[in-house]
Design a protein around this ligand. Structure first.
Ligand code: ZN
Length: 432
């Protein structure tokens, strides 16, 4: 298998194993462990060794991993790649179960900027975290159903005659609850849901204290296009960036005076303001703790921050042939054209002149092509964790990411020839 094929195969497997941020973090922890990384707890005292490899998590949905630089105590600084673990989706409400018109249904909340219509008429299932009773303290357990449990059926065109002219308008409260079963002798929807979850976790329904479950599409990712040039999968935004950065870090074997860091956050899709989001002190706390054993810790920390660099990695908007007027004519990234540097002078992206030039040089050294994106002047611009972490940490930052179509759809689309180049650029940064 070529390196390119292997990287795509690995990526699709990673995304298929990661229907929720909890699962993505678990997958990454397993990979880090097999690569010799030790888990740290924020509540423990840390004894870190030079060139040692470590990781830690918050809420089991955000993760930071790093290789301690050989001159960390001398303020050599941090090389960081940041990304996010969450994707827009539909989440079950705390009391989701209800009966209506002879059906058992589950109430859902919209998480982030979901492209709602793409969730209709698909084979959906449930995955997430369940908190169960235990003798000492409540335990978190991952749960995932592989079978198609749920569906959000569209209304037949005969009952919605002008849907093709007016578009499908979905009311978030009324039109999104999926059908789970038929009402009848089985008991209530609540009983049925709890029974299924309890069976899966081999516990009693009464032991379930709480459930944080999301809907997900059971169709696995695939390679498509006339010559296998495309990837079709859910959650490419932004698990593809997490995968590329994790790959680059775990392949970094050479010693480096700077500390290499990956920081993957939950809650980017809802604004990053949470204890484990990019707006939290999670990363800053870890970076400061890395310098605590130097002679003058506070001074070393500030000097380290000034010597650091941050790559904010998130997917970018490729030009869509049916809507090419939505792009600025001089900034139309294409699939398989290489990583995109994202610019916005209103600071929706944190890229500035120096960080952009630096990333371009890095790609050149790695033999990777680069594209540039700026949104049309008459359209609003999306954002990333870049501006949030840049304003929290004061570290020079560039916003980059691979081009894609159907962003925030249940099934997104990207190019097979972009992923390995992004990994190569990150490896150039981390030194392999
Ligand atoms: Zn994103």
């Amino acid at each position: 298998m070529s390196n390119e094929k292997k990287s795509i195969h690995d990526l699709l497997e990673f995304i298929d194993h990661s229907p929720t941020p909890f699962h993505a973090v678990e997958e990454m922890k397993n990979k880090l462990r097999t690569q010799g990384y030790s888990e740290l707890k924020e509540s423990d005292a840390w004894e870190l060794t030079s060139n040692g490899k470590y990781f830690l998590t918050r809420n089991d949905s955000s993760l930071i991993a790093f290789i301690v630089g050989t001159k960390t105590k001398d303020a050599s600084g941090f090389k960081i790649i940041g990304a996010h673990t969450d994707s827009p989706n539909l989440k079950l409400k705390p009391n989701p179960a209800y009966d209506k018109s002879g059906y058992l249904q589950l109430g859902v909340e919209v998480y982030g900027g979901v492209l709602l219509t793409t969730w209709t008429d698909r084979d959906l299932s449930l995955a997430g975290r369940v908190i169960i009773k235990d003798k000492k303290q409540p335990q978190s357990k991952l749960v995932r159903f592989d079978e198609s449990l749920l569906r959000i059926p569209q209304l037949a065109i005969h009952l919605n005659r002008d849907v093709n002219e007016k578009g499908l308008a979905l009311n978030k409260q009324n039109h999104l609850p999926p059908i789970f079963s038929l009402a009848g002798k089985k008991g209530s929807t609540k009983d049925l849901l709890e029974k299924k979850v309890a069976q899966k976790l081999k516990c009693k329904p009464a032991d379930i204290l709480n459930m944080e479950l999301s809907l997900y599409d059971i169709q696995p990712g695939a390679i498509g296009g006339a010559e296998g040039e495309f990837i079709f999968s859910g959650r490419l935004d932004n698990l593809a960036s997490c995968h590329a950065a994790l790959q680059a870090l775990t392949e970094s074997k050479a010693k480096d005076s700077m500390t290499r860091v990956i920081a993957f956050y939950d809650h980017e899709e809802v604004g990053s303001d949470s204890a484990q989001g990019a707006g939290s002190p999670f990363l800053k706390d870890v970076l400061e703790r890395l310098t605590l054993k130097s002679d003058n810790p506070r001074e070393t920390f500030f000097r380290s921050m000034a010597n650091s660099f941050f790559i904010s990695a998130d997917m970018a908007h490729a030009v869509h042939p049916n809507y090419s007027e939505k792009h600025d004519a001089k900034h139309m990234p294409i699939l398989n054209g290489g990583p995109v540097i994202k610019c916005n002078s209103n600071q929706r992206y944190a890229t500035e002149g120096v960080s952009s030039a630096w990333f371009e040089m890095l790609c050149k050294k790695a033999g990777v092509p680069v594209q540039k994106f700026v949104v049309r002047s008459d359209l609003g611009c999306g954002s990333t964790i870049g501006p949030i972490t840049a304003s929290n940490l004061g570290i020079r930052t560039v916003d980059v990411g691979n081009p894609m179509l159907s962003m925030h759809s249940i099934r997104e689309m990207a190019g097979t020839k972009d992923h390995l180049p992004l990994i190569k650029a990150f490896k150039e940064y981390f030194i392999v």
